[in-house]
Design a binder for this molecule. Structure first.
Ligand code: FPP
Ligand code: MG
Length: 332
């Protein structure tokens, strides 16, 4: 991940993307909306989705132009807007180490500022990129909402299946990663085959990203997360790491609200039952699928970044959660 974001060509493009996100997020006639959107935009974030958009354009042989930069900014604005809604739904008070918009301004203002960010991205896509890109992004917002809705339909459900959890994260997270790659391929006038390959890569990497985010939620110290740990479990969201471990035979007191101590106890049981290894193993399979989906790429450096990203990210998270067994043989 650091290699991707730190690569000179991508870092250069990200500076333009940052400028564009700032302009779009600050483009309301209402200063209060600009201030709220600006708070979430400037709170940080890795800009991983726009970095993937830029890397895709480069790997397909195109220098990121104004359209690609705007498309990447739209993707990040949708991401940030969806986080505003997510925090509102969760009643979260902290994200990226800062207070959430709902905690700071109240639910009503947070809701419409999130709406503004999503709508502004749509407007920019249609006016400053292209109709096909705007269509992809609009369809992606639909998937985000559907994926998030699916999560709400299986809260505290001890029988939630791996497939049900996958359907949810495919919509709420992987769809936007897929879109980030696909819009770049569209802007680069890639062939249908190249578009499909990049979209599949983005979706698979997006699944890995969410599954590892869920693993971190269950394992990483709060200081590192910028939010309290164990939140998913506390809110009844039974994520892939938990479900994979349950399916491997671990039992746990699931199905109802848990106290802080009970959350810690369930997490201890899951770790003892091999949750970290099971999750990393599952993600290794997805990483291999992601790399296998990549089309033939023209630009050596960007291509290498895309090939290496899934394993590099797995290794990074593996180190954080205390496993040393993250394999690195995808490129061989
Ligand atoms: C964060 O995941 C949330 C998402 C990836 C998607 C949120 C989507 C919505 C709120 C749907 C509404 C959005 C639109 C575009 C209409 P997480 O809660 O697992 O991760 P976290 O730990 O960062 O909160
Ligand atoms: Mg959340």
């Amino acid at each position: 991940m650091d290699q991707l974001i730190g690569s000179p060509a991508i870092a250069r493009g990200l500076r333009d993307v940052e400028d564009r996100i700032g302009r779009l997020g600050g483009s309301s006639a209402l200063p209060g909306i600009n201030a709220g959107a600006g708070r979430i935009i400037s709170a940080g974030g890795k800009r991983l989705r726009p970095a993937l958009t830029l890397a895709t354009a480069l790997a397909l042989g195109r220098t990121p132009n104004r359209r690609v930069v705007t498309a990447a900014a739209c993707v990040e604005l949708i991401h940030a807007g969806s986080l505003v809604h997510d925090d509102l739904m969760d009643g979260a008070t902290e994200r990226r180490g800062a207070r959430t918009l709902n905690a700071e301004l109240g639910d009503g203002k947070a809701l419409v500022i999130g709406d503004f960010m999503l709508a502004r991205a749509g407007l920019a896509a249609i006016t400053a990129v292209s109709r096909p890109v705007a269509e992809v992004l609009a369809a992606t917002v639909v998937e985000l909402a559907e994926g998030q809705y699916l999560e709400t339909t299986s809260l505290y459900d001890p029988d939630r299946t791996v497939e049900a959890a996958l359907a949810s994260i495919r919509g709420k997270t992987a769809a936007l990663f897929r879109a980030g790659c696909l819009v770049a391929a569209i802007c680069a006038r890639a062939t249908a085959e190249e578009r499909a390959g990049m979209a599949a890569y983005g979706e698979r990497f997006g699944l890995i990203f969410q599954i590892l985010d869920d693993l971190l939620d269950l394992t990483a110290p709060s200081g590192l997360l910028g939010k309290p740990a164990g939140q998913d479990l506390r809110h009844g969201v039974y994520t892939l790491p938990l479900l994979l471990t349950r399916d491997a035979g671990a039992t746990g007191s699931l199905g109802g609200k848990l106290t802080g101590e009970q959350v810690e106890e369930v997490i201890r049981e899951l770790r003892t039952a091999g949750m970290v290894e099971l999750t990393l193993e599952y993600c290794r399979g997805l990483a291999a699928d992601a790399v296998a989906a990549l089309p033939v790429l023209r630009h050596g450096e960007a291509a290498a970044l895309l090939y290496g990203l899934p394993t590099a990210y797995l290794r990074q998270v593996g180190e954080i959660v205390g496993s040393t067994s993250v394999g690195c043989d995808l490129l061989e």
